[in-house]
Design a protein around this ligand. Sequence first.
Ligand SMILES: [Fe+2]
Ligand SMILES: [Fe+2]
Length: 159
Amino acid sequence: MDAIVLLKEDHKTVEKLFKQFEKVEKADGAATEKKALVDQILMELTTHAYIEETIFYPVAREAVPETEDHVLESVEEHHVVAWLLSELKDLDPTHETYDAKVTVLMENVRHHVEEEEQEWFPQVRKALGRKRLQELGEELEAAKPNAPSDPMQLRSAHA
Ligand SMILES: [Fe+2]
Ligand SMILES: [Fe+2]
């Protein structure tokens, strides 16, 4: 699969989980469901950030050097997300800060995804071409199982 298509599919998966969280957020007795959703969000985002940081971002940066600022900003956004995820990991879903942290996480990720998809990825697509993007897609897929389960093990967590 084309690398950019693959990354956009990941974005869609995460957005679906966000929408589900928003639905159960205010429901009574939703704690267990919220925790399960956040566990899934954590896993999806950590894997996605991992393949972007280790494979896609370095290739994109080299292919389109003028997007360097995008790459650096994106890593900082991953950094914030990694820390929020690691806090949520051990936080009781009934704690008063829980929903606020998830809301800020969702705002950050939605903004980040919008920038990737609208501003940055189209330039990378142009520079890399279809064949290279196909190969890169395979590399991304193959790297998924190597992703850490702990967001603090992402490179960006310590950037
Ligand atoms: Fe990203
Ligand atoms: Fe992404």
